[in-house]
Design a protein around this ligand. Structure first.
Ligand SMILES: Cc1cc2nc3c(=O)[nH]c(=O)nc-3n(C[C@H](O)[C@H](O)[C@H](O)COP(=O)(O)OP(=O)(O)OC[C@H]3O[C@@H](n4cnc5c(N)ncnc54)[C@H](O)[C@@H]3O)c2cc1C
Length: 408
């Protein structure tokens, strides 16, 4: 069978894959996206019940790829963050005014992001969407790679981008199988109604099992992500709404007023891991296919979107120079650029979980002192905020409001 030829094939059209298609689509190259679920399928696992916090840098990327206007229709800005440790007096308050920023980040439902991304892909003539279709097998040649789908199609390009969230057999075939360590808890996710205006404040409250995060949404609603032991998380998912709201009130306290309503509840497994090198011969992995982190600091997809912006830069430069985008030497440069940040975020999130779930003697007082210190020291606040907003380190062009490959 003859394979259809493209400049780039992306396996997985979820948050990371669809974002990359939009970014590369503007460069006028022929891009194919293979996605298992139809655009309007409610079961699409990337666009689901989750509501995610996006950094300011991620907003710039979404502006650059032309989806922010549609995505922001349902976005809520985060003006401040309150961090506390349950049962202790220590607390840290971070505010956008500490760094003169328009917002610390934005909260957006993943379903809204999915709609905006798919709409943009539909506008790009050079991006072809193969969906529903499942990528099943790869075949490498000297200068190209072919992806075979379960329905018998074959798509060929010099480079395959694996954006399947680590869900398909392609990663193992390509030598990029992600090994993860599982946390013993689940994250219970729901939209809850509160009795008081939240004033665009996000809350991160550490409990003995892990963090309980509440992110602001419009109309006195907040997005909850609550780390709980597996059995407790499952029981609360199935519990009567009143029992659930009482348990949440007892777990969080009344800093947001009363919890008055709860939408659909769903529990997610939590794990951590990253590829030691996110590329092999003619394949590069991005998003969750390359790294998975605990959602404690809302960094997972922000990290994935940074992959997208960095890879778009890399591809634009290689195409401009007439170079082979799948060549190992070029991919090494991309891997080096991405690994440092991936390792840092991975260590930071895992360290936070370890620190705040530890019951070692004296550690509670140390945590309280640490939070108070952050609260009192403007340089410590700025250090944390620059990272929270994704403004730390070397930024790819899209995250600085420039087109991929534009002169620096
Ligand atoms: C509870 C929770 C809260 C979170 N909160 C935040 C947050 O606040 N901020 C943040 O930045 N991140 C957050 N994250 C992380 C974020 O959700 C992930 O980083 C993101 O979903 C990863 O996107 P992805 O596109 O890489 O992978 P996925 O979302 O897994 O998408 C993979 C896509 O590939 C498709 N696919 C799979 N196999 C195949 C195949 N063989 N053929 C074709 N298609 C295939 C799937 O259908 C899917 O569409 C959170 C995660 C959890 C669990």
């Amino acid at each position: 069978m003859n394979a259809a030829d493209f400049d780039l094939v992306i396996a997985g059209g979820g948050l990371a894959g669809a974002s990359l298609a939009c970014a590369v689509g503007t460069l006028g190259r022929r891009v194919a996206v293979i996605e298992s679920f139809a655009m309007d399928d409610e079961r699409q696992p990337s666009f689901d019940e989750r509501t995610i916090a996006l950094t300011l840098a991620s907003r710039r990327v979404f502006e650059g790829i032309g989806i922010w206007d549609a995505a922001s229709a349902d976005a809520c800005a985060i003006d401040s963050i309150h961090i506390s440790d349950r049962g202790r007096l220590g607390a840290a308050r971070l505010d956008r005014r500490h760094v003169g920023a328009e917002a610390l980040g934005y909260v957006v439902p993943t379903r809204v992001l999915g709609k905006a991304l798919n709409q943009r892909i539909g506008e790009l003539d050079n991006v072809s969407l193969h969906c529903p279709a499942t990528a099943e097998r790869i075949e490498r040649h000297d200068t190209a790679i072919t992806v075979h789908t379960a329905d018998g199609a074959a798509l060929r390009a010099p480079l395959l981008v694996l954006a399947d969230g680590g869900r398909s057999p392609l990663g193992r075939q390509a030598g990029l199988g992600l090994e993860c360590r599982h946390y013993p808890q689940l994250a219970l996710v729901a939209i809850v109604g509160v009795s008081r205006d939240h004033g665009n404040r996000a809350y991160e409250r550490f409990t003995e099992h892990g963090p309980l995060a509440l992110l602001p949404l419009s109309d006195r609603r907040m997005a909850l992500a609550w780390t709980l032991p597996e059995a407790r998380a499952r029981a609360l998912c199935d519990a009567d709404e009143r029992i659930f709201l009482d348990a949440l009130q007892a777990g969080f306290g009344d800093r947001c007023g009363r919890f008055v309503r709860a939408g659909n509840r769903r529990a997610y497994p939590l794990s951590i891991g990253h590829l030691s090198r996110p590329a092999s011969v003619r394949v590069v992995a991005i998003g969750n296919a390359a790294h998975v982190v605990h959602p404690v600091a809302g960094q997972g997809f922000n990290l994935g979107l940074r992959d997208v912006a960095e890879l778009a830069d890399h591809l634009a430069e290689r195409w401009r120079d007439g170079a082979d985008i799948g060549a190992a030497a070029g991919l090494d440069v991309y891997c080096d650029r991405r690994l440092a940040q991936t390792r840092r975020v991975s260590r930071f999130t895992d360290g936070l979980i370890g620190l705040f779930t530890s019951s070692a003697p004296g550690i509670g007082s140390l945590r309280a002192a640490g939070l108070n210190l952050v609260d009192l020291l403007p340089p410590a606040k700025r250090f944390l905020l620059e990272r929270t907003m994704g403004r730390h380190g070397r930024l790819p062009r899209l995250a600085r409001g420039l087109a991929p490959g534009a002169p620096r």
